[in-house]
Write a protein that binds this ligand. Structure first.
Ligand code: ZN
Ligand code: ZN
Length: 389
């Protein structure tokens, strides 16, 4: 971007010139440098510059923006508001990644704008503490039924001696004598372009604007202490692997009187050797004999809520799925439980005894060519069996 001159300078008016004064200055200069009237070299460029300056200063919004931020104020992203989000860490998850550490960003910001915009305030303004993450292992059943538990972890907490001020008991921080509480100081720097005024973080208060004459003996002036912190957690019934739970205010202490961050608990649920789970639905595979499948039976099926009696109708095919209503996991959002879905697989017998083999041969004989066994054939076989006993 080409260097843009101060529009006040271009129009030759003072910073507090009225709208009328600006307009008059513009009319005079634009007439003087109009390319149709002025054939001097550079007149055209000058005319353009005058028009741009007037465009900025005649629009109240653009003028206010320029007064506060300079030309950078016209660029996207420098609109002041866009910045405030960075300083406070946000309330999102894993904010550590978004933490610009305050200084890096603001240093660029302040060297951009000589004017000391609102960004500086974020350094001295209350800031929420960091969010923390806690990984919690749960068994398959714990995730389904929930539980109450206490967890302990280490965190930065507010110093109880000085209540976060960092000052010795009985004293309080005072406004920094060097920067007057602004947190930054103006310094003159020699650059290839000449001497420039830039802003720097105050070396006495390190940008906080507060000076501690006598430091707290517990936290050595930081206002924070590391502590073991215990929290009771009520895990809701129905959580799943990867779910997160947010405990407000259980993260780390804020600065400048800002609130505590949050704690995010991430659940890791171990698999079950019996069941599969998908949300509130639980899946179970039930092996049955082909006799049970053919004749029907009543069997005990395990569920997370205890064994349930289930009827297998005669003639059940392998792969058939039955539904046990409300025997699944609780719905995390909503009412009641999901279902347990029971899929039967028919186990083909191995290592048959002689008697078993004969019985099967006899079955095959009466079944004829039809391997699936027609109902009428099957009924005959069943009656025969009953007669035998
Ligand atoms: Zn302290
Ligand atoms: Zn200072």
């Amino acid at each position: 971007m080409a260097e843009q001159r101060d529009p006040y300078e271009v129009l030759g008016v003072s910073k507090d010139a009225s709208a009328d004064e600006i307009k008059r200055a513009y009319r005079k200069l634009s007439k003087k440098y109009h390319p149709d009237l002025n054939k001097e070299p550079g007149a055209e460029a000058k005319f353009k510059e005058i028009n741009e300056a007037y465009e900025t200063l005649s629009d109240p919004q653009k003028k206010a923006q320029y007064d506060q931020y300079g030309f950078a104020g016209n660029q996207q992203g420098f609109g002041g508001g866009g910045f405030s989000g960075f300083g406070n860490g946000g309330s999102g998850f894993g904010n550590g990644g978004f933490d610009f550490g305050g200084s890096g960003f603001e240093d660029i910001f302040s060297s951009f704008f000589g004017g000391g915009g609102q960004s500086r305030q974020s350094r001295t303004a209350p800031r929420q503490g960091r969010d923390l993450q806690y990984e919690m292992n749960l068994t398959f059943e714990e995730a389904i039924f929930g539980k109450k538990t206490n967890i302990e972890y280490s965190r930065e907490a507010l110093c109880k001696t000085c209540h976060g001020s960092g000052a010795k008991a009985g004293t309080s921080p005072v406004t920094c004598h060097k920067c007057g509480g602004r947190g930054f100081i103006q310094v003159q720097r020699q650059t290839p372009l000449g001497r420039m005024m830039t802003q720097q973080e105050c070396d006495v208060c390190h940008g906080t604007g507060k000076e501690i004459k006598e430091k707290c003996t517990t936290c050595y002036g930081s206002g924070h202490v590391r502590e073991k912190h215990e929290v009771q957690v009520t895990i809701p019934a129905g959580v799943e692997d990867g779910n997160q739970m947010r405990l407000q205010g259980q993260g780390e202490a804020g600065t400048n009187g800002g609130p505590y961050g949050d704690l995010f608990i991430v659940f890791h649920v171990s698999p079950s050797d019996k069941f599969e789970r998908d949300g509130a639905e639980i899946y179970y595979t039930l092996p049955i004999s082909f006799v049970q499948a053919a004749l029907g039976d009543s069997v005990k099926v395990p569920t997370v809520h205890g064994d349930v009696e289930m009827k297998i109708p005669a003639g059940t095919q392998t792969g058939t799925t039955f539904r046990l209503r409300e025997k699944g996991a609780p719905r995390l959002r909503g009412n009641g439980n999901g279902d347990q879905k029971v899929t039967v697989t028919i186990v083909t017998p191995k290592n048959l005894t002689k008697a078993q083999k004969e019985a099967l041969k006899a079955f095959a004989d009466v079944s004829g060519e039809d391997p699936a066994g027609d109902d009428s054939f099957f009924e005959k076989w069943r009656k025969k069996q009953r007669k035998k006993h």
